[in-house]
Design a protein around this ligand. Structure first.
Ligand SMILES: Nc1ncnc2c1ncn2[C@@H]1O[C@H](COP(=O)(O)OP(=O)(O)OP(=O)(O)O)[C@@H](O)[C@H]1O
Ligand SMILES: [Mg+2]
Length: 358
C-alpha cells in the first residue's frame, strides 16, 4: 500500500520518501548516471543554526501537509503564496528535514535573476587565463583585467575544450535537477521579485526536468564517454555530466514562494500545486510560540490575542509576535514598558490602517 501522507508535518525525520509511489506516467524521468543524494541521513538543515531552527520549529496546518504531499506525489513544484512571515520559506526546510532530503538548495530571486543564474555559471575569462598560464603566456596581454566578464572572449582557448568544467559551477536549480536517486529540496525564494520572463523560462525547465550546458555539449566529443566532472551548488563536490545534458531522475521537491501580489501566467499556475498560506489563528499561533519559545505564559497569551486583533486590520508577521514574546521574558521590564515595547515591535508592515489601537 502506498504511504499517504509521506510528509506528516511532525518533527521526527524518517525515510518515508523511499516509499513514495512511482510518478504519474507524464512525470516520469530517467536521467543518469544515477547519483547518491548527499548525506541523506544527516540533518537536512544543518547548514546554519537559523535554518536548522526554522526546520525543527515549523508547525504545518493539515492543508499544508495535504498540498506538500500532492506536490511530492505529482512531482510538481509547490507554489506557496501568502502574507509576509506566514512561513513560506521555512516550509522548505521543514519538509527537507523530516524527509531527509539533504541540505536545501536555495535560490534567492531578484529583479535581475535569469534562468541561467539558477542553472549554472560558466566563467570563460578565468578559463582563458588558466589556459594561457598553462601555455606560459602572459595573461595581461590578452585583454581586460581578471574579473571583467565583459571582455569580448570568443572561441575556446584550447581547441579540445579541456578544462571547461573547472570553470563551471552548477547553480541551485541546476544541482536540484541532477539525477539523484532521491529528490533534492530546492527553495526558489520570492519569485514575485523576478522579471516577467523568469516564470515562463522556469516553467519549461521544470516541465522537462532537464537542461543542456552548451559549453560542455560543444566539447563533449573530446572526452571519454562525453563525461565532464562539474562542481555542484554549495559544496565543491564534483559530479559527472555526460554529453552536456542534465536530466533528473527523482523530480526535486521545489518550493516557489511569492508574497501573493503578483499574477502568474495560467500556464505557469497549471503546472504547479498552489498553497495559499493565511495568517495563523489563535490555536496555531499558540502552537508556533510553543515550538519556538516554550509554553506561552499569561502575558504571552495576552500578546497573542492583541496580535490577532491587530492582524485583522493590517499585515503583521508571526516573527514580530515571537520577538515581542521573547523580549517580554528576557528583558524583565514592567508590564507598562513591555506594552510600549511590544507596540514598537509590531508595527503594520503595509499601509498603516486608520484605527491603530494596540
Ligand atoms: N507555521 C509556522 N510554524 C513555526 N514557525 C513559523 C510558522 N510560520 C512562521 N513562522 C516563523 O515566522 C518567521 C517567518 O517565517 P518565514 O521567513 O518562513 O516567512 P515567509 O512567509 O517566508 O516571510 P517573507 O514573506 O517575509 O519571506 C520564522 O521565524 C518562522 O520560524
Ligand atoms: Mg520568505
Amino acid at each position: 500500500m502506498p504511504l499517504w501522507p509521506v510528509y506528516t508535518g511532525t518533527e521526527e525525520p524518517h525515510d518515508g520518501i523511499a516509499q513514495l509511489p512511482p510518478p504519474p506516467p507524464w512525470r516520469a524521468f530517467d536521467g543518469g548516471p544515477a547519483l547518491d543524494p548527499p548525506d541523506a541521513g544527516a540533518d537536512a538543515s544543518a547548514v546554519s543554526p537559523d535554518r536548522s531552527h526554522r526546520a525543527t520549529t515549523y508547525r504545518a496546518t493539515p492543508r499544508t501537509v495535504q498540498l506538500v504531499n500532492a506536490a511530492l506525489y505529482l512531482r510538481r513544484p509547490l507554489l506557496v503564496t501568502g502574507p509576509p512571515g506566514t512561513g513560506k520559506s521555512s516550509l522548505a526546510y521543514a519538509v527537507a528535514r523530516e524527509l531527509r532530503l539533504g541540505p536545501v538548495l536555495r535560490w534567492n530571486i531578484t529583479s535581475r535573476s535569469t534562468l541561467n543564474d539558477g542553472l549554472y555559471h560558466y566563467d570563460p575569462l578565468s578559463r582563458l587565463y588558466a589556459a594561457r598560464r598553462t601555455a606560459g603566456l602572459p595573461v595581461e596581454r590578452y585583454g581586460k583585467p581578471p574579473g571583467d566578464s565583459s571582455a569580448g572572449v570568443t572561441g575556446d582557448p584550447s581547441a579540445d575544450g579541456s578544462g571547461v568544467e573547472d570553470h563551471l559551477r552548477l547553480g541551485p536549480l541546476g544541482t536540484a535537477l541532477l539525477p539523484y536517486t532521491r529528490p533534492r529540496a530546492l527553495l526558489i525564494d520570492e519569485i514575485d521579485k523576478s522579471d516577467l520572463d523568469l516564470p515562463n523560462d522556469l516553467l519549461n525547465v521544470l516541465e522537462e526536468g532537464q537542461y543542456e550546458i552548451p559549453e560542455l555539449l560543444r566539447t563533449a566529443r573530446h572526452r571519454p564517454r562525453g563525461r565532464a566532472e562539474v562542481m555542484v551548488d554549495g559544496t565543491g563536490e564534483r559530479v559527472p555530466v555526460e554529453h552536456g545534458r542534465v536530466r533528473c531522475r527523482s523530480f526535486p521537491f521545489v518550493v516557489l514562494t511569492s508574497n501573493g501580489e503578483r499574477e502568474f501566467p495560467p500556464a505557469f499556475l497549471r503546472r504547479c500545486v498552489t498553497l495559499r498560506l493565511r495568517q495563523p489563528d489563535d490555536r496555531q499561533l499558540a502552537g508556533i510560540v510553543r515550538a519556538h519559545l516554550g509554553e506561552p505564559d499569561a502575558y504571552a497569551q495576552g500578546l497573542i490575542e492583541r496580535f490577532l486583533t491587530r492582524a485583522g486590520a493590517g499585515d503583521l508577521a508571526t516573527d514580530q509576535l515571537l520577538n515581542a514574546i521573547y523580549l517580554a521574558d528576557a528583558s524583565g521590564l514592567d508590564a507598562e514598558s513591555l506594552d510600549d515595547l511590544a507596540e514598537q515591535l509590531m508595527p503594520y508592515l503595509g499601509q498603516t490602517p486608520q484605527t491603530d489601537a494596540f
